[in-house]
Design a protein around this ligand. Sequence first.
Ligand SMILES: [Zn+2]
Length: 528
Amino acid sequence: MEKILIKNSTIYDGTGAHPFQSDILIQNGKILSIGNLKELSDTYVIDGSGLALSPGFIDTHTHSDSKILNDPAHEHSLRQGVTTEILGQDGLSYAPLSPKNYRLNSEYLSGLLGNPPKNIDMSSVEKFRSHYDSKVSINTAYCVPHGAIRLESVGFKDLPLTGNALETAKNLVKESMDQGAVGMATGMSYFPNAWSDTQELIELCKIVKEKDGVYVTHLRDKNVERAFGGGWVKEAIEIARKSGVKIHFSHYRTDKNTAGNIEAKMHLIDEGIREGLDITLELYPYPTGSTFPLSFLPSYAHENGIPGVIGLLSDKSKKIELADYLDNDFKTPTGPIGEVILSYIPKFPELEGDSLVNIAKKRGETVGMALCNLLLETKCQIGYWAMPPDEKTWDQINLDIVKLLSRKDYMVGSDSIPLGSYPHPRAYGTFPRIIGRFQRKYNYMQLSETIQRITENPAKRFKLNKRGAIKEGYFADIVIFDSDTVIDNATYENPKQYPSGIHYVIVNGKIAIEKGKLKSSNSGKAIP
Ligand SMILES: [Zn+2]
């Protein structure tokens, strides 16, 4: 395997310590030595003078599960300096699933994840990991998804997980953790996840705790009457309290309704920390989110997956009922549906980038009815992002983001959905936006501390063995960038833009980005 010598770069070692200038020698995929090193004859030399060097960035939350299998180069992520992504997020992914449930869930998640390869074995976490190991450009870790566990135990149904079904589910979690999952993830805006109650999650999390994994949660806003404390933070805290599990909050930051009010946002969480709960959090540096609009439909509509949804939408009176529900419950055009910009709709790509309100107007339909018809016409394969707020609110949210990230319990998860011609810009810009644009604009903490949040912090949290720091003997996941110029170029209007200022990305000792250009190398491992 090639030897790489990086000369004279300024090293941010991931621990938050002050940077220092040194050379690094990489051999056999690992950092062999750090210091004043001589050039050897058979060594590839990179001149790092004037450049920053840090551990590769760890993205704690992405929806690349399918995309990366279809496009292993994964350029939008690598080009940001990312060398590891944690998959299975929001409890929405593909393993462990029987072939039948894999087909059902692939179809259900197609608006969020795209179409994964057909007929591959996703029957266990071990099989899942084998499809990524040394076959894609970055390292992948996996949280076993609550949705898959439910599917395998009670099917795509609003049924309680009790008795034998609960035993099946617990065994699946146990087996998945034994096969290398770093935790269990759920998303309580989504199905089948949100058919659970709090007790079910406590029982499953006891297993996660036993295996020393992390419970990763996108908080509940569906079926809140089933939840302790009405869902949201209160339920999550109760799950951590009763199971003893380490808990990690997905994409947790202020938004247009809470901008500037960090105290209110963090109050219950800080109370939990004072109580002794083991809590971490993540955020992405944008003011609005992105997901699939299928999730706007009411709980009952999701039963039996896409065949069930299509059945309802094909029935005229039931469709009208659903359209009314959408129009009323989401108060278009100012509620969430009124802010929808379609990001991914492969059946009608000409609609990508257009607002649902505008599309409805052109169709002469209400917004709710337009969404129902589009779901029907595309078999629900649609993704969207929400319009950003006015500039003042946006600025405040940015400031909140850097303040939150200065907390030692925070890390960064892009929540990237790299699909369609108008993906949310977070898929292309998250990390350079943090270390470049925000770092220089707000200068809220040292760059070394910012880097700690996206390297050592997640590596320790998810027990990614020998990653997240520049140390001898550690895996050579490395990014070399210009800290004065590094910046994101992706915007909501023009999202598919690579960042500037990322010069080299090295994954397991192999160069993946060279002088800012993609160099094909599928050296990513399924870790930890
Ligand atoms: Zn997500």
